[in-house]
Design a protein around this ligand. Structure first.
Ligand SMILES: NC(=O)c1ccc[n+]([C@@H]2O[C@H](COP(=O)([O-])OP(=O)(O)OC[C@H]3O[C@@H](n4cnc5c(N)ncnc54)[C@H](OP(=O)(O)O)[C@@H]3O)[C@@H](O)[C@H]2O)c1
Length: 278
């Protein structure tokens, strides 16, 4: 659960951190949680580098964010393509843009039996949710350590706390993100760099329609959180340098309960939650 540290007199849905101006690189910034995070960084006067595939939408978001008085650079890239992280890193190096805050947010899920899932869906999830996230972290972390200043936030999911029948690969990729991020946070604990793993639960974004689980019990019956609230929880978590933050008290409770229940029971409940109810 993200601790409430809202600054006095700030309106209920905003929070401001008084930090020096810096540059935040946000993947998956053209929609959903990444878009909301980009606006939060810009409102606190951080310049932003925005990455997603759709160039038009990204350019539109960049214009919107520049209207907040910061620089917004849009780089259209498909991070499921293996050379993309290095291409992004090299372009920013050439342009002398130092990344102080890396938000590995881009990710997708795919609903269905693993045995029938197309190869592109299986490998695409692993490439985006695991490989690109790891590669971007590997590329940007050393210069942060050299400057003794930096923040990395990897967006995992409450899906990472248990196996996920019907979304087996997605849940497994998010388990990787949690494990990797917690270990890395420990490794760099005295370096001036913080690593945060942020775990949203079901959230109203384009995610569920893309995944094909918008008709699941999770999204139809159990309910999803508001994306602005979730992004604000993530923003707080990274700015406070928290190692692991789960958005929403109910999500925190569910994630914690999986540690004590028998794994077969946890897996069966996880399947029930993902099943279609249409
Ligand atoms: N929404 C949820 O219920 C939920 C719950 C837990 C965790 N999460 C996690 O939160 C993160 C953000 O999800 P969201 O809900 O905000 O999803 P979303 O609304 O679908 O937005 C995804 C963003 O990532 C970009 N993107 C997708 N594929 C990409 C690729 N191959 N290369 C580069 N950019 C790509 C999209 O733009 P383009 O399509 O133009 O590329 C978009 O900007 C993900 O890691 C997701 O796993 C979401």
């Amino acid at each position: 659960m993200v601790k409430d540290v809202r600054i006095a007199r700030a309106p209920a849905r905003t929070v401001h951190y008084n930090v020096r101006m810096s540059t935040a690189l946000i993947t998956g910034a053209s929609g959903g949680i990444g878009y909301e995070l980009a606006k939060l960084f810009a409102r606190d006067r951080h310049n932003v580098v925005l990455v997603a595939r759709g160039a038009d939408k990204l350019a539109q978001v960049a214009r919107e964010i520049e209207a907040l008085g910061v620089t917004a650079k849009a780089i259209a890239l498909d991070l499921t393509q293996p050379p993309s992280p290095k291409f992004l890193f090299d372009q920013l190096q050439r342009e002398n843009i130092a990344v102080d805050i890396l938000i590995n947010n881009a990710g997708f899920g795919s609903f269905g039996d693993f045995a029938r899932m197309p190869e592109s869906e299986v490998l695409g999830q692993i490439q985006l949710n695991i490989t690109a996230l790891t590669e971007l972290t590997r590329l940007f972390l050393p210069s942060m350590i050299a400057r003794r200043n930096g923040r990395i936030m990897n967006v995992a999911s409450t899906a990472g706390f248990q196996p996920g029948p019907l979304m087996a690969v997605y849940y497994a990729t998010k388990a990787y993100v949690i494990s990797f991020s917690e270990a890395l946070a420990n490794e760099v604990r005295k370096s001036g760099v913080t690593v945060t793993c942020f775990c949203p639960g079901a959230t109203h974004t384009g995610f569920a329609a893309r995944a094909g689980n918008d008709k699941s019990r999770l999204f139809k019956k159990l309910g999803a959180m508001n994306v602005e609230k979730v992004a604000l929880d993530g923003y707080r978590a990274v700015m406070e340098g928290r190692t692991l933050a789960i958005s929403g008290a109910h999500n925190w409770l569910v994630a914690e309960s999986t540690r004590f229940a028998p794994r077969k029971v946890v897996t069966a409940i996880s399947r029930w939650v993902s099943e279609r109810v249409d």
